[in-house]
Design a protein around this ligand. Sequence first.
Ligand code: AMP
Ligand code: GLY
Length: 428
Amino acid sequence: MNILIIGSGGREHALAWKLARSPRASRVFVAPGNAGTATDGNDIENVSIKETDFPALIKFAKDNKIGLTVVGPEVPLCAGIVDAFQAEQLRIFGPNKLAARIEGSKVFCKEILRKGSVPTAIHHTFTNGNDAIQFLKDRDIPIVVKADGLAAGKGVFVCSDRSESIDAILRITKSREFGNAGDRIILEERLDGQEASVLAITDGATILTLQPAQDHKAAYDGDTGPNTGGMGAYSPTPIVDDATLHWIEEHIFVPTLHALKRSDVVFRGVLYAGLMLTKHEPKVLEYNARFGDPECQPLLMRLKTDLLDIFEATIDGTLDQLSPLEWDSRTAVCVVMASKGYPESYEKGFPIRGLAEAANISDTKVFHAGTAIREDGTIVSNGGRVLSVTGLGNSVSEAKLAAYTAVKCIRWDGAWCRKDISDKALSY
Ligand code: AMP
Ligand code: GLY
């Protein structure tokens, strides 16, 4: 079967790498892909089509007899790529436009959580900045201010006091930093605890909960510095033990799916719960409608089951017939190597050296994210998050050592990474 993957990050490289290993996969195309997907074996190749150019993607899928399309990022999902493909009788993995709203609108997400009595932060929705500021009048407490719509992870402000909260409200509603995404805002209680990412694959009826992972969203060591798309992740994480995972399935995923159904929404795809493990219970911070990046990379390094079987069963609504998922019992640690300046502005185009040496380190895999390949074959940096270097080991420390051993081989002007990815597991 020919497969098309949409997106260009580390997540999409991992999806291509994993799907290409399926005995039923023939050619795997990635649109638009990166230098990693351009060079990772003969059966994976890039297609120069943007992830939001639906007519061109549909034409490509038809011309190349694509049997399955997989969507990595949220933007095409929320713009309705799944509906567009389905209207042409093309098989595609991911939630449709209505279902993707669980990520595309934080207000919709909260409505579903309320409908399902799913644990989440206490919150209020506002359509007007002045009302939100008025609400804070007698409340000088830590508050989180969120823009309703997609804002590439930047529309959330974790504030310590009223003046910070007011500043955030004004940035969203007055300066309109996030455009229409800021038409509505949410003010919610600030929760404390460790964060975990628990992802599930669902066909709308059956839920396959994946192994738990932990992301590292802050830019610098010790969880300091600005928020990023994720500087590293590992799986499994001891902060979510089997009993907690069960609890999450029962009290978070099951009622969420029921609430979606009662709202006439069928969710087929990856439901990613961003959780805060509070003193009392895990609470939902947000839902994403796709694999996390970088969580996807360690998860797929560990998944033994054929991913193509899982995706097809999701589309067919037959996940209940699939055998239980099989996992490598080892831990996978993924370290993101980034460009100087990320998550603020950064330069691109620096030649990356040492990739061949890194490829020789056993039990590691370098997934590319923001990379490009020049005509002379040189691989250069082409984004903020450049590489996600993933290592496997019998313990968290061994996996961490494997990943950082590969990281040490790689260099380019301004390359940096966090040095403490997975340490939260060790101190737990
Ligand atoms: P979100 O996009 O909603 O996941 O928010 C991005 C990040 O903001 C999360 O990963 C948390 O680190 C933080 N965050 C969001 N909501 C809250 C909350 N209610 N309490 C504390 N931190 C939060
Ligand atoms: N790693 C966070 C995300 O994918 O949204």
